[in-house]
Design a protein around this ligand. Structure first.
Ligand code: ATP
Ligand code: MG
Length: 261
């Protein structure tokens, strides 16, 4: 069964999509079978994986409203070595249409359950809001990966996200856990970044990934080539950092499996 991770933070531009695409490619590089699901109508994760969001016939929208099955929409073996369920602006309509449908919060979960046996990881890229799409992602997930920039308001943002996760646990998904908090676009030369980072580790301790993602121009350039950084410039600090993160996730996963058995 796949471990399903939602990459989420209601704050925009914190590195969710960059994390999703690069983590997917890095996990695939460690021989894990990975499916990425783009749940953002912006379709950035789709484009960043080398799939043109304008030319796809069906997307996650069709899956959510019941017009297609996930395995019909899935694109096999993107250049990053992972499979993708793509998205585009069509998905905007789903936010409204879902309210008319049965089981509106659990539609993604039901679809992913059918594919779960084929993968080690399923990563879900969430939009920068707490709408019905994000609720579907959180209802489907085993864990939440929270990318954050170490800025002044970041901790406030995290506490409102934690409240949401708590609500989802109560209402929809009692086993949902915080998989980890990831420091992104990190610049160790700024004292504010270090201060916020220290507060973060004080509050959240081992929930904060040891791996830190540096600010790195290659990570910003790679999407315009439709490639994860690992395929665009594998020597770059960004690519190396996401490989380290994949290693950290795999080790955590192995520890959990050995504790459970
Ligand atoms: P949204 O909320 O709009 O979905 P997001 O949280 O998915 O945004 P990204 O799109 O991943 O954030 O990143 C925002 C911008 O910052 C993008 O232009 C991206 O290329 C750039 N970026 C992300 N991470 C890094 C990094 N570590 N170094 C340099 N640039 C980065
Ligand atoms: Mg995004």
């Amino acid at each position: 069964m796949a471990r399903i991770l939602a990459v989420t933070n209601q704050k925009g531009g914190v590195g969710k999509t960059t994390t999703c695409v690069n983590l997917a490619a890095s996990l695939a590089a460690t021989k894990r079978r990975v499916l990425m699901v783009d749940m953002d109508p912006q379709g950035n994760a789709t484009m960043g994986s080398g799939v043109d969001k304008h030319s796809i016939e069906q997307s996650i929208y069709d899956v959510l409203v019941g017009e297609a099955k996930a395995n019909q929409v899935r694109i096999r073996q993107t250049p990053g070595g992972f499979d993708l369920i793509p998205s585009n602006a069509d998905l905007t309509a789903a936010e409204v249409e879902l309210f008319e449908l049965d089981n509106k919060e659990r539609r993604l979960k039901a679809e992913l359950e059918e594919l779960s046996a084929e993968y080690d990881y399923i990563l879900i890229d969430c939009p920068p809001s707490l709408n019905m799409l994000t609720v579907n992602a959180l209802a489907a997930a085993d864990g939440v990966v929270i990318p954050m920039q170490c800025e002044y308001y970041a901790l406030e943002g995290i506490s409102s996200l934690l409240n949401t996760i708590e609500q989802i646990r109560g209402a929809l998904n009692p086993d949902l856990r915080i998989e980890g908090i990831l420091r992104t676009m990190y610049d160790p030369r700024t004292s504010l970044a270090n201060e916020v980072s220290n507060q973060l580790t004080e509050h959240f301790d081992s929930l904060v990934y040891q791996t830190v993602i540096p600010r790195n121009i290659r990570l910003a350039e790679a999407p315009s080539h439709g490639l994860p950084a690992l395929m665009y410039d594998k020597q770059s600090r960004g690519a190396i950092a996401y490989l380290a993160l994949a290693g950290e996730l795999n080790r955590k996963q192995q520890q959990q499996t050995s504790l459970a058995s």
